[in-house]
Design a protein around this ligand. Structure first.
Ligand SMILES: Cc1cc2nc3c(=O)[nH]c(=O)nc-3n(C[C@H](O)[C@H](O)[C@H](O)COP(=O)(O)O)c2cc1C
Length: 202
């Protein structure tokens, strides 16, 4: 690899790329809201757990803190503009479901709403709220996951998340996902010999 020189920056958040998800919340139609979140991630496999970090001044903050529930809705190329809109406008002043035309659908395991147009909806119950400084971290357990049936391969039933056209967020910009570089473990997997069957026929 080519050598390069480095310059040191003051400490800051440079962990990219990140998801930009739409978090839906609220327990009744007057309260339903959507907030775009990038400070989010998976933190445990069993039980399945994740987090979102939210500034207390956000309209969604008190809704999530009171109800102890929220839904992480994954975002797609088609939803990019709406995702950004929900990250710059506050539910204090507008009904984001009405403004964006997104469809609120009753959740399965919590008392809230998920976003119909999102291909993957992750219902979460808050277990802990950890004040960190600028943001509070909501540690949550995943209690239900809904996925679009059209992402299941008709023949094999495999979940084709690549077909969902998910987006990422990196240093202020939204991106499409790129090419598949290999499956988990590909660095140590032996390559299958190509045209093996042809050799046998010969
Ligand atoms: C890409 C993107 C990522 C964001 N990530 C976060 C985040 O992780 N935490 C947060 O508190 N606000 C985040 N925001 C800002 C909120 O989404 C924004 O302030 C929103 O208007 C709050 O909506 P609300 O007042 O209706 O809750 C993000 C905004 C964008 C555009």
């Amino acid at each position: 690899m080519k050598k390069t020189t480095k310059t040191e920056w003051k400490p800051g958040n440079m962990l990219y790329p990140l998801p930009a998800v739409m978090v839906s919340c609220g327990s009744n139609p007057d309260e339903y809201n959507i907030i775009t979140i990038s400070w989010t991630g998976t933190i445990n496999t069993n039980p399945p757990m994740c987090y979102i970090s939210v500034r207390p001044e956000r309209h969604s903050y008190n809704i999530i803190k009171k109800n102890k529930e929220f839904v992480i809705n994954l975002t797609t190329e088609q939803l990019a503009r709406i995702t950004d809109f929900n990250g710059v406008k506050s539910g204090k002043n507008i009904d984001k479901f009405k403004e964006t035309g997104l469809t609120p659908v009753k959740t399965k395991k919590i008392n809230s709403v998920l976003i119909e147009e999102s291909p993957v909806n992750i219902e979460c119950k808050v277990k802990q709220v950890i004040p960190l400084g600028s943001h509070d971290m909501f540690l949550a357990e995943v209690v239900s996951v809904s996925v679009n049936e059209n992402l299941l391969d008709e023949k094999t039933d495999a979940f084709r998340l690549d077909k969902a056209k998910l987006i990422s967020y990196s240093h202020g910009f939204y991106y499409k996902l790129g090419e598949n570089l290999g499956r988990f473990g590909f660095s140590v997997t032996k390559k299958k010999k190509k045209n093996n069957h042809k050799k046998k026929i010969k």
